[in-house]
Design a protein. Structure first.
Length: 569
């Protein structure tokens, strides 16, 4: 009876993994793996997407409007203006190469000079882009307040008023300035300040009233992105891609593209603090306003397969001849946790650890400290697993001691099962008697390990999410801890050590359960052939240390280690 229960539990466990994986895929906006729905029709972005140049919160016709986003109904349609030639402006610092469009002074391309593209090893990572494969832009402009009017938007062709295109040696800042023509009695001046070694741009919007009447414009800051999947995305693990919103009241809120599509996106609509962001694996962009500046937050679908998230903040009335300036900050770069924390409260949460953040953050802190000593992320992973094994030594010792006792009495259990195979009730009673006499808890080997599972899952997310692993070498053939092992040496070693662990464990008396004990590790190990090598290194190190500890404890308890090989008949 006990073995039947175990078998049922294994089946339930396996089926639960299938369901969890399926729901995880759906949660991350992907088609279900095992129970797929009919594929949705998608439309690729065109080479010159004019829709990306329309404010993400443009007012809808009354007949179409259903539940307008706060502030969206007040963003005016783009003004008509004389045709002026647009121009792309390329500037660069030591870490960034940026392309600005004089239409709106918008940032339309960002290239990270210190991060190589894993899909195109000869190229750098590009985040913002406006091409056939990707639409991902940053846009700002002015909309009318209560007094009405038409002001410069991101469709307004502006004039570049700065000359420098490259951060010079000995200089720590580079200014990129744009000036709009007068529209509605208002002129808008945008100044981007780029800093050496930084992925955060200071952005100043100065609004000048050159008309004859007071104006009360509002400033909008938005990120516009298509809903396409990232190139080279793994089918074996998922990371979030889409808008994110942070406020002190609601904290970190992820917004699925599918929820925006259905009009079901839920997030804080107004706040005096926080930020809006677009997030993907390893990289993010975000608009930041100063604490205390009131803003309305929106996220909506712009057009087919194009979405925006942004903020609208009011400016005080500006008298004729007067001006108002508002400071903002635009982050576009890698999710380096320490640097994100220094930029704004909660910005480090774009590096998403999910519900295990409370465990993952201290693990990352420890991993980062180890790397500052060892200067190698691979050896830092090994050292971190060693420290965790030391921390959980006594828990593991209890588990392996329980397994050793089970192994010692396995011959008695096997003989008893054979003798009483036709008397299941008596077999169960006899088995419980043996457990009591030998002071063995059948679950004693499982409970201590269960306590550690959240820690190791949290470490899994730390390694999966940390951009520091990208292009970080370990030894010899491992040149990138975030990529698959090119020769599958680590996954093979991990599979062998997993099977070795299974062989060292007491063999279940029930043949079906014994077969499952061997099949489950094999099935589980298959996934690791497609996981980043840093994750496999962590699991392999854990396996090796577990085998060593189990071997030592078995020897001390007088239970010589022996290999229980599978018998598939």
């Amino acid at each position: 009876m006990n073995d039947i229960r175990r078998t049922i539990l294994w089946v339930i466990f396996g089926f639960s993994l299938v369901l969890l994986w399926d729901q995880w895929q759906i949660h991350n906006g992907r088609p279900a793996t095992f129970f797929p729905a009919p594929p949705a029709k998608t439309v690729q972005a065109q080479p010159e997407p004019t829709v990306a140049s329309v404010p993400a919160a443009t007012a809808l016709p009354q007949a179409q409007a259903q539940t307008p986003t706060p502030g969206s109904e007040r963003i005016a349609k783009v003004e008509s203006q004389p045709a002026v030639a647009r121009e792309r402006i390329r500037v660069s610092t030591d870490v960034l190469q940026l392309d600005f469009d004089t239409e709106g002074g918008s940032l339309v391309r960002s290239e990270f000079l210190r991060h190589r593209d894993q899909q195109k090893p000869d190229s750098n990572v590009v985040l913002f882009d406006e091409s056939r494969d990707r639409v991902y832009l940053s846009q700002t402009g002015l909309i009318a307040g209560a007094s009405g009017g038409s002001f410069p938007t991101h469709k307004t062709v502006m004039k570049l008023t700065s000359a420098e295109r490259e951060l010079k040696a000995g200089s720590d800042t580079l200014l990129v300035k744009f000036e709009s023509p007068e529209i509605g009695g208002v002129r808008l001046l945008k100044t981007y300040t780029l800093h050496r070694g930084s992925y955060a741009l200071d952005v100043k919007h100065e609004v000048q009233n050159v008309g004859n009447a007071a104006v009360t414009p509002q400033l909008y800051l938005q990120l516009v992105r298509d809903g396409n999947k990232l190139a080279g995305e793994s089918a074996f693990y998922s990371t979030f891609t889409g808008p994110a919103i942070y406020t002190d009241a609601k904290k970190y809120q992820k917004v699925e593209f599918s929820d925006i599509e259905k009009g079901k996106a839920e997030f804080e609509k107004t706040s005096p603090n926080g930020y809006i962001a677009m997030v993907q694996h390893y990289f993010a962009s975000a608009w930041l306003l100063a604490e205390g500046v009131q803003r309305e937050i929106f996220a909506r679908k712009v057009d087919t397969n194009l979405y925006s998230v942004g903020m609208i903040t009011p400016l005080e009335a500006i008298a004729p001849g007067g001006s108002r300036a508002i400071e903002a900050r635009l982050f576009v770069g890698p999710q380096e946790e320490n640097k994100l924390e220094a930029l704004a409260p909660g910005l480090e949460l774009v590096k998403d650890y999910g519900w295990l953040t409370i465990l993952a953050k201290p693990l990352y802190w420890l991993l980062d400290k180890l790397n500052s000593l060892l200067h190698n992320w691979g050896w830092s992973i090994v050292a971190l697993v060693v420290l965790l094994k030391i921390a959980f030594y006594w828990l593991n010792a209890k588990a392996y001691a329980s397994m050793a006792k089970m192994k010692a009495i396995t011959p008695r259990i096997t003989e008893m099962r054979e003798r009483l195979k036709d008397k299941p009730q008596q077999m169960q009673q006899e088995m419980m008697r043996i457990y009591r006499e030998e002071k063995v808890n059948p679950m004693g080997g499982c409970l201590p390990i269960m306590v550690q599972i959240p820690v190791f899952i949290a470490l899994y997310w730390v390694l999966l999410s940390s951009v520091e692993m990208r292009n970080a070498p370990w030894i010899l053939w491992i040149k990138d801890l975030s990529a698959e092992d090119p020769y599958y040496i680590l996954p093979l070693l991990m599979t062998l050590t997993t099977l070795l662990q299974t062989a060292l464990n007491p063999q279940p008396p029930d043949p079906v359960q014994a077969k499952m004990m061997w099949l489950m590790p094999l099935i589980f190990s298959v996934m690791f052939f497609f996981f980043p090598s840093g994750l496999v290194l962590y699991w392999l190190t854990n396996n090796i240390l577990s085998i060593a500890q189990q071997w030592i404890i078995n020897t001390r308890m007088g239970v010589p280690p022996q290999f229980n090989l599978p018998k598939f008949k």
